[in-house]
Design a protein around this ligand. Structure first.
Ligand code: FES
Ligand SMILES: [Fe+2]
Length: 360
């Protein structure tokens, strides 16, 4: 799969639970499908085609009436939370046509996240939204940024997240730690909640942390495990665990988990949300300042640098390929695997058990 397409058959983040207040309508586009989504009075989030069955007026521009139905702002067709048209104000003398109902989209709300399946429900199979227990655990502090519109295909973000060899030079003067890029990588293909997935593991002992990580965790020399995983096409999970040499897995261990959701709008844009989770109250080097506070201060600048690169990369896809061909490094294995996985999900093909996606 190239960065000019997207997979419909996947669970994507429509938003965080807190974004959905009761009776508040949201209009969004996921994989080029217009969607109206809201939390009904029974607490359940429901999602439908955003086009009114009458004349395509976006229903997300309508309102919820006192009786809990959704009224279209144009001629007043009203729909219940099952998507069925229950009122047509200008024609009350004949039954409402049975075809007057909205196409629903499967929604799962889980651990603080509202997930939506924009593809054919028959293709859900064993795929479940990836778990994010840290988002609601009292043992973790968490923070999610407001949604970020990125004018680039979502695959470019997934590739960016899996490939930390870009820390230098893209994040030079920020998180740009060149030594990081040279740590040997282990690649693991495994299913995550029924989704094909690829994970990279970078393990290193007696590693000299750059100043910002010394600040976040308080240790200069560490044993460290750093993992990056595309859990499904909608979510990438990054975890860093570190401790003084020999102390990983003990009380001395510190770290963070970052979740990045990437929800395609269309071929050339997506919505990015990042969530930082840190063990509750974990302190940075500054007295009284938590790791979370330090990370929150630094992160927006890092994200701007990534967004800057993605936008520019995307523009280069408008040109003819001619004889252009990418040159790949050892570290690109995870990216090549992701491309295979997305291509397979798009086409609905599977791979032989035990074989790498790269051989599929
Ligand atoms: S377009 Fe919605 S009622 Fe006419
Ligand atoms: Fe980056």
């Amino acid at each position: 799969m190239k960065a000019n397409s997207f997979v419909r058959n996947a669970w994507y983040v429509a938003g965080m639970s807190g974004e959905f207040e009761t009776d508040k309508l949201h209009g969004m586009v996921i994989t080029k499908r217009p969607i109206v989504i809201w939390r009904g009075r029974d607490g359940k989030v429901v999602a439908f085609d955003d086009r009114c069955v009458h004349k395509r007026m976006p229903l997300s521009c309508g309102k919820i009436l006192a009786n809990g139905t959704l009224e279209c702002s144009y001629h007043g067709f009203a729909y219940d939370t099952a998507g069925k048209c229950v009122t047509i104000p200008s024609q009350t003398d004949v039954p409402i046509p049975t075809r007057a109902k909205l196409k629903p989209f499967p929604v799962v709300e889980q651990e603080g996240v509202v997930w939506l399946w924009a593809g054919d429900p028959d293709n859900i199979g064993s795929a479940r939204p990836p778990r994010t227990p840290e988002f609601i655990s009292p043992e973790w502090d968490n923070y999610t940024c407001p949604p970020i519109h990125v004018p680039a295909n979502y695959l470019l973000l997934i590739e960016n997240l899996l490939d930390i060899t870009h820390f230098y030079p893209l994040h030079d003067g920020n998180i740009g730690d060149l030594a990081n890029s040279k740590i040997p990588i282990e690649f693991i293909e495994q299913e995550v909640d029924g989704n094909p997935s690829i994970k990279t593991i970078r393990k290193v002992d007696n590693y000299q942390h750059p100043p910002f990580l010394v600040d976040w965790f308080g240790y200069e020399t560490v044993d460290r495990v750093h993992t990056h995983q595309m859990s499904n096409p909608g979510l990438t999970r990054v975890q860093l665990r570190c401790a003084p040499p020999g102390k990983l897995g003990t009380q001395a261990e510190r770290g963070y988990i970052l979740h990045h959701s990437h929800t395609p709008i269309d071929e050339t844009s997506h919505i990015w949300r990042w969530t930082i989770t840190v063990p509750k109250g974990q302190q940075s080097l500054h007295p009284g300042k938590t790791t979370m506070e330090s990370m929150k201060e630094m992160f927006p600048a890092v994200v701007d640098q990534d967004r800057w690169a993605l936008e520019r990369q995307q523009k280069m896809f408008a040109f003819e390929e001619d004889d252009y061909a990418e040159v790949h490094l050892r570290s690109d294995r995870s990216i090549l695997t992701v491309r295979k996985i997305l291509e397979a999900l798009e086409k609905g093909v599977t791979k032989e058990p035990g074989k790498s996606w790269l051989a599929a």
